[in-house]
Ligand binder design. Structure first.
Ligand code: MCN
Length: 797
């Protein structure tokens, strides 16, 4: 490697210097002069009419500045929280899009629905006053599960939507798929639940609104993955603040995982309150408040069938899913179980016919939206469970059945029957490598050893493709996005040759300050330490769409390459002038401009200096300065793929599933920083393992109360749940972006749930268990094991 801080170098994360020394700046750290504190009064009911709100006692308490309600919103003409994606269902019927007031009006629709906002001089005073707000509710019956919400006579969440259905959508060819299943030699079937999850980023959400009466400028500091979108949605639709008068700042953000990529009511309420009151207003979410106010993830109920011919080749796949939308539509909610789900059902296989139907349903629960992987883990789980069920049903080795159906490298670009065209990939190589790395062939010995100790051992495999690098504006807009999905970068070269880059993406744990600096280092031949990456402030950074859908490198990084290319082009003009040569003869390599075939050269820093001291510039042909901007909108998604293997051991006495090993081989295209990619895959794997083994968001079906509303009941994976994991990469270059990169941020959550559950089911195969729903918690496994044992050898038999 010629450049020690360029592409391919595993340099340490630059941003960790401030994080590890406790010097990050999070929204909760920000103090503004005269700042007041806000606390939300939230509904204790899942479904209720608001009969009256009595503020008398609360307003009389010390320190209270104001208490705002949904009625105040109405009076001030504040708009509802908009949804950013409109899905069109069967027959061209657009989704139902009910109003979403920032503070409830007339009715509450989930536990935690905000009803009032109390602002006081101190946080303690605001909390006291919040408990004194008297809301009279008329409780209504609630429904929290999707099947219940579709039953005749179910509680109706919105009067104008009597069947609680947001949309009824489909993708693929129903006739061809029906015929394929009818003619199949074998049909594998599964009914499964994709468990509901709470994202729980380490830093809870927070927001501060501030209004400057002198300039008419509004500022919102918020824990957001996409400050420009918040600015657009909130400014334009909710508060009607002209865009040039609104600044949104998302400083250091302590993890998002999708949870912070929505425009939330709280952001609008603090901004509105600060304008009304003429004082900055701060709200910081409590951890337990996060459980009832952050959007949740997953929550599907699915039935699916995979038809195969006698040789084990896939003929047709039919999937019927009911997806929970919750009590309101969140920013991307409708898009997750439709366009981020259906197109992923092809996986890495050549299934000729696929048909997918999704009903999205309103319930009395928190809105459901993207959570790391967003739609793609759900699709992978359905497909990879079916593949295992088919292999077992037909007596074919699980690796072999996958191999027989996989898209060979030579068949790329490959168009699937569900909308997408994969540009590149080599899933067979991923499979071959993971089988060796995990010693698939030596498993039976290890299983026998576990058996001698009275334990059930299982090995699970999952091979999958993902669509990420969320962009192509033209595709997204056609499919219902209410905005573009390009990305942007500005490269400012200082007179010394040091560089500041403004990125439209947002770094909240992904290491952008390092990897984007590595790209600049590689392109301009300067050390990564001489490059500063700025993001997250709409006043500093040009319009950009933010970070989600593993898009920052593929889309943002490509914009950065374009901008640096423009810098090099301009540098060549300057060099040509300085070296008295023709522009065509100037070469640029490893930070040096030179005249081809001569020893005449100028270092990058000399060119930068000259650009800022244009003593004798021919100003008609050469502008001073060295700063370039680029916007990049790709032609396609990127399609990483992977093959993962997990091994588990189950203790039949306790039901505990111990994860013994996990090996992942993923194709992420060109790797910018191997260590960061490995870390990203590890992090995603732990979240996927969490979904598979312990995390579960549970509502009480009758009262609609959230039963798993704290870390006492919602089990996050911890270090001792996870073994040492091995994450390897291989690279087939993306064919349509300049770096050949594919995203890596979500691979772990997409592959791990199916991998781990396939291993759990394999461990229980001798008990004739064919499927286990997530999470495979000790109580669930204990029950399955004991029921299966009883079925095989009933008591007294
Ligand atoms: N990278 C690389 N080479 C590749 C691919 C990526 O070096 N071939 C680097 C990138 O330059 C970047 C990181 O890996 O530094 C992740 O890149 P990418 O896959 O483009 O994903 P994003 O940066 O867009 O991050 C989003 C993704 C998503 S969707 C979620 S959710 C998520 C995630 O990343 N949330 C995270 N990783 C997270 N990590 C942390 N710590 N916290 C979160 O909230």
């Amino acid at each position: 490697m010629s450049n020690p801080t360029g592409i391919g170098a595993s340099i340490l994360r630059k941003e960790d210097r401030r994080f590890l020394s406790g010097r990050g700046t999070y929204v909760a750290d920000i103090k503004r002069p005269e700042m007041a504190f806000g606390v939300f009064v939230r509904s204790p009911h899942a479904h209720a009419r608001i009969k009256a709100v009595d503020l008398t006692a609360a307003l009389a308490l010390p320190g209270v500045v104001a208490i705002l309600t949904g009625e105040d919103l109405k009076r001030d003409g504040v708009g509802g929280i908009p949804c950013g994606w409109c899905v069109t269902g069967k027959g061209g019927v657009p989704m139902k899009e009910p109003p979403h007031p920032a503070l409830a009006q007339g009715k509450v629709r989930h536990v935690g629905d905000p009803v009032a906002f109390v602002v006081a001089d101190t946080l303690a005073e605001a909390r006291d006053a919040a408990t004194a707000v008297a809301v009279e509710y008329e409780a209504l019956s609630a429904v929290t599960d999707v099947q219940g919400a579709l039953k005749a006579g179910a509680p109706v969440i919105f009067e104008e939507i009597p069947d609680n259905t947001c949309y009824d959508w489909d993708l693929g060819d129903p006739q061809a798929t029906g015929a394929a299943l009818k003619n199949a030699h074998y049909v594998a079937r599964v009914k499964l639940v994709n468990n509901r999850l709470v994202g729980n980023p380490m830093e809870p959400r927070a927001a501060i609104g501030e209004y400057n009466r002198a300039t008419g400028q509004h500022t919102l500091w918020t824990t957001s993955q996409f400050p420009h979108i918040v600015k657009l949605l909130m400014g334009n639709f909710v508060l009607k603040i002209p865009q040039h008068k609104l600044r949104v700042v998302a400083p250091d953000v302590g993890g998002g995982f999708g949870v912070k990529q929505f425009h939330y009511a709280e952001e609008a309420v603090v901004t509105w309150a600060s304008t009304k009151l003429g004082r900055p207003v701060k709200w910081v979410c409590e951890r337990s408040e996060g459980f009832i106010s952050d959007a949740h993830g997953r929550d599907h109920v699915t039935e699916a069938e995979l038809g195969l011919d006698a040789t084990g080749r896939f003929l047709g796949l039919r999937v019927r899913t009911i997806a929970n939308m919750g009590g309101y539509l969140s920013t991307f909610g409708p898009n997750i179980p439709s366009y981020l789900y259906g197109p992923l059902l092809a996986g890495v296989y050549m299934t000729p016919a696929i048909y997918c139907e999704v009903k999205a349903v309103f319930t009395n629960t928190l809105p459901v939206d993207a959570y790391r992987g967003a739609g793609r883990p759900e699709a992978t789980f359905v497909l990879e469970r079916l593949v295992d069920i088919a292999a077992r049903g037909m007596g074919i080795d699980r690796a072999e059945i996958r191999r027989r159906n996989m898209i060979p490298k030579s068949a790329y670009p490959y168009k699937t029957p569900v909308l997408v065209e994969y540009d590149s990939g080599d899933p067979l190589s991923c499979l071959d490598r993971v089988l060796v790395a995990a010693d698939w062939s030596g498993f039976s010995e290890r299983k026998a050893e576990s058996k001698r100790r009275g334990k059930y051992r299982g090995i699970g495999l999952c091979t999958f493709a993902e669509a990420c690098g969320l962009a192509p504006s033209r595709i997204a807009i056609r499919l219902g996005a209410r905005g573009g999905l390009f990305e942007s970068a500005t490269v400012r070269v200082h007179p010394t040759g040091d560089v500041t880059v403004n990125m439209g993406t947002h770094n909240h744990g992904q290491g952008h300050e390092t990897t984007f600096a590595q790209i600049v280092s590689e392109k301009l031949g300067i050390p990564a330490d001489n490059v500063e990456i700025i993001f997250g402030d709409t006043d500093k950074v040009q319009f950009g769409l933010g970070t989600y859908g593993s898009r920052s490198l593929a889309v943002g990084g490509s914009a950065l390459v374009k901008a640096t290319d423009k810098v090099i082009l301009k540098g060549k003009k300057i060099a040509a002038y300085m070296l008295e040569a023709s522009e065509e003869d100037i070469q640029f390599e490893t930070g040096v401009f030179s005249v081809a075939g001569t020893d005449r050269r100028k270092a990058f820093a000399e060119i930068a200096l000259s650009a800022h001291f244009p003593a004798n510039y021919p100003l008609d042909v050469l502008e001073p300065g060295l700063e370039e901007q680029a916007f990049y909108d790709p032609v396609n998604f990127t399609f990483p793929s992977g093959a993962h293997i997990a091994e588990v051991e189950i203790d039949p006495e306790t039901g505990e599933v111990k994860l013994l090993s996990y090996v992942a081989v993923d194709d992420v295209g060109t790797v910018i920083n191997p260590m960061i990619v490995e870390g990203q895959i590890h992090g995603g794997l732990v979240q996927g393992i969490g979904q598979a083994l312990c995390e579960n968001c549970v509502y009480d079906g009758t009262s609609g109360q959230l039963l798993s509303g704290s870390f006492m009941d919602y089990c996050m994976p911890r270090a001792d749940n996870v073994p040492m994991m091995r994450a390897e990469t291989l690279s087939t270059a993306c064919t349509h972006n300049p770096l050949g990169v594919k995203g890596c941020g979500e691979l772990g959550t997409i592959g791990a749930p199916a991998t781990v559950i396939n291993a759990v089911v394999d461990a229980l195969a001798d008990l004739d268990v064919t499927h286990v729903d997530m999470p495979a918690s000790p109580s669930r496994i204990w029950e399955i094991v004991n029921n299966a044992r009883m079925a095989k050898a009933p008591l007294g038999a």
